[in-house]
Design a protein around this ligand. Structure first.
Ligand code: F6R
Length: 241
């Protein structure tokens, strides 16, 4: 694993945005695996700036998002569809047909998981997967205890994740209890992985991801076994390394 400790959130965003824009320049039809949450917002802002400056184009880029809440449609402000449109897709020249996110409104959950896996396969796999890290060590919505062999699945969110994510909802009761998520196995299939981590709240989880035993109790620790992982974290998140 290549590990970079930089000063703060802005520095994490800057370095990660460079890596993603290099990937786009190198392969203009790259398959980018994307994440939501607070961590990537700065990256998406910088990618939009690079697009506006004419440095990169998303015209042929294909995307697959890690996850989506079950039961939220794309017009719901808390859905990850909405987040992606708001932070990136509506601001760049991506072809809507090339955007893939699990359908939170699918009637048949099992069929939706199978469809999503088929989509990733048909794209030829993920070139670069961007990941954030949960305070409990989760990646995607793969909570502690999830077997590493799992592919796209429906997840029961843990109380700690519901609590962490409730900051974005009006009331904690509004946070969905379930989500669709790529499984650990799906994520590990990406050719390259970029993990971004900031803030003291993540310090313990990051230390376990990097130095702890590889264990399903800390889903992110599986990254130790991937051949091409880059971790960019700020000083606060690196405090326990
Ligand atoms: C988001 C995702 C999650 C987040 C993680 C960190 O698509 O899959 O694993 O990356 O919960 O969230 P933030 O960045 O909000 O701290």
């Amino acid at each position: 694993m290549k590990i970079y400790v930089v000063k703060d959130y802005d520095a994490v965003s800057k370095q990660a945005a460079e890596i993603i824009s290099d990937q786009i320049k190198e392969k203009k039809d790259s398959v980018l695996g994307l994440a939501t949450g607070s961590s990537p917002i700065g990256i998406y802002k910088l990618l939009v700036e690079k697009y506006e400056a004419g440095a990169i184009s998303f015209k042929e880029i294909r995307t697959v998002n890690l996850d989506e809440y079950k039961g939220l449609n794309e017009l719901n402000k808390n859905s990850y569809h909405y987040y992606m449109n708001d932070n990136l897709f509506s601001k760049v020249d991506i072809n809507p047909e090339n955007i893939n996110i699990p359908n939170g409104m699918a009637v048949n959950a099992e069929a939706e998981c199978a469809r999503y896996e088929e989509v990733i396969k048909s794209l030829g796999g993920i070139d670069l997967q961007l990941l954030g890290l949960g305070e409990n060590g989760h990646i995607g919505f793969n909570e502690p205890g999830t077997p590493f062999k799992v592919r796209t699945h429906v997840v029961d969110l843990t109380e700690s994740t519901i609590h962490a994510n409730s900051r974005l909802f009006e009331r904690i009761e509004d946070v969905p209890r379930q989500a669709y998520s790529m499984g650990v196995n799906t994520i590990m299939g990406a050719k390259k992985i970029l993990l971004i981590v900031n803030g003291a709240k993540k310090a313990e989880a990051l230390a376990k991801v990097i130095n702890g035993p590889v264990s399903t109790e800390v889903p992110g620790s599986v990254l130790q076994t991937h051949p091409d992982v880059t971790i960019i974290c700020d000083e606060a998140a690196a405090a326990k390394l």
